[in-house]
Design a protein around this ligand. Structure first.
Ligand SMILES: NC(=O)c1ccc[n+]([C@@H]2O[C@H](COP(=O)([O-])OP(=O)(O)OC[C@H]3O[C@@H](n4cnc5c(N)ncnc54)[C@H](O)[C@@H]3O)[C@@H](O)[C@H]2O)c1
Length: 400
């Protein structure tokens, strides 16, 4: 779906205050609203969402002038520089395409879209309009991930100053009991695109590819199960979406695991689950194995300290070190800060700062030149391949 909107304009975004419209009132929308409100040079002037009381309360407490029940009315405004998307996954594509086609920059929640094909249309819309399309891979901006990236110092896909040749990684986000609202939109294929692999797996896939120097994933072999969630078990305490529950069929996986092969010859084991009878509580693990060293991120229940471990040999003796890295809150704010800097630099094509040179804190490095969501598209295509492989029982090629 695409709306008829005004032609793209090119405002002087280097100096002017950027006017933001936020869509969504749940965890994501509220986090976007607070991040843009906290950052200098941006102002949230419009907010949309379907929970009318929460809409009024958020607009009032944050000083937002205009509110809308439907995203179409917000995107139709011709005085916004940015549309920020924090809604169920299936709405990312129509909102982003309409916003980009009418000349707005877009900040979009992960995953970019429910499928790689829809994600590709969003990237094409950003390229055509020459607008920035950034995705909320906020966990990559954690201080411990940034520390590991600086330590590993990837010099290209599969190559590292500290680890030598990177040949394998393990990336997982697993929960003991944490389905985000059984029968909410999260657990419905049409609304979400999938279960924990697209929800949580996309974050740890992003971190692993970033730490491993952005290799291209060529093939995927995966399995997926839903023994708990589909039977109404494994629901998490608290959390979950603000939007109405109970109306969607549970037709996604609650557990998935995949083996990914890279163009470098290296590999990655990727696992995501919302619920399983296992010791995990809410564990994020990303491990990178190299020919002369290894590095691990282990975040247990959103821990903010003691999450980094490095493995090497010192004078021939196996050595483990645990650098003291503290993780302050605010990863969403950091990715939004980078997004605003990219807009101000007039750098949607990636030739001034950022990913092309790998100079920004969260930049993915040299493989992706632009800021039109290109790296997020690759992640969406990998997730597509996970689901296709799980459904067919065969290894699947990832679309280039
Ligand atoms: N990056 C992260 O750490 C993180 C964390 C949570 C969620 N997310 C992502 O954020 C997105 C939203 O998740 P959530 O947990 O905030 O969901 P939620 O269900 O709590 O909120 C969704 C919001 O979308 C609004 N909405 C739905 N249809 C709309 C329409 N037609 N017009 C305007 N508003 C509409 C709802 O009213 C609601 O306010 C998802 O893509 C999810 O994957 C990311």
């Amino acid at each position: 779906m695409s709306m008829s909107t005004t032609a793209p304009t090119t405002p002087n975004t280097a100096t002017q205050e950027l006017r933001v419209g936020v869509v969504g009132l749940g965890f994501a929308g509220t986090t976007h609203l607070d991040a843009f409100t906290a950052l200098p040079g941006a102002r949230v002037v419009a907010l949309a969402g379907q929970e009318s009381e929460r809409l009024a309360e958020l607009a009032d407490s944050r000083g937002v002038e205009a509110t809308y029940a439907d995203w179409q009315d917000l995107v139709a405004r011709d005085d916004l520089d940015i549309v920020s998307i924090g809604v169920p996954n299936a709405l990312h594509h129509p909102i982003a395409v309409a916003a980009l086609e009418s000349g707005k920059h877009v900040f979009c929640e992960k995953p970019l879209a429910t499928t790689g094909a829809l994600a590709a249309e969003m990237v094409a819309a950003a390229e055509t309009a020459d607008r920035v399309l950034e995705v909320a891979y906020n966990h990559r901006r954690r201080a411990d991930v940034q520390f590991l990236h600086d330590y590993i110092a990837p010099t290209g896909p599969g190559r590292s100053d500290a680890l030598g040749e990177i040949y394998h990684g393990r990336a997982s986000w697993v929960r003991r009991s944490g389905v985000p609202g059984i029968t909410s939109w999260f657990t419905n294929k049409a609304a979400a695109g999938g279960g924990p692999m697209i929800d949580l797996g996309s974050h740890v896939l992003d971190i692993a590819l970033y730490l491993m120097g952005e290799p291209r994933v060529t093939t995927v072999s995966a399995v997926a199960y839903n023994h708990l969630g589909a039977a109404g078990r494994g629901g998490g305490a608290g959390g979950g979406p603000v939007s109405a529950r109970g109306s969607h069929a549970f037709d996604v996986e609650d557990f998935s695991i995949a083996l990914l092969r890279f163009d470098t010859g290296a590999s990655l084991q990727l696992e995501a689950s919302w619920a399983s009878y296992s010791k995990a509580h809410e564990d994020i693990d990303v491990e990178v194995l190299g020919s002369v060293g290894g590095a691990q991120l282990h975040v247990d229940a959103y821990a903010t300290d003691g999450t980094v471990t490095l493995y090497s040999d010192v004078e021939g003796a196996p050595t483990v070190s645990r650098p003291a890295v503290h993780v302050p809150a605010g990863h969403h704010q950091r990715v939004i800060e980078e997004f605003l800097a990219t807009i101000r630099a007039g750098d949607a094509a990636g030739d001034a700062v950022g990913d092309a040179a790998g100079t920004t804190a969260g930049g993915t490095g040299g493989r992706y030149a632009g800021h039109h969501g290109e790296y997020a598209l690759h992640r969406s295509r990998v997730i597509d391949a996970v689901y296709e492989s799980a459904a067919t029982g065969h290894e699947v090629q990832v679309q280039a």
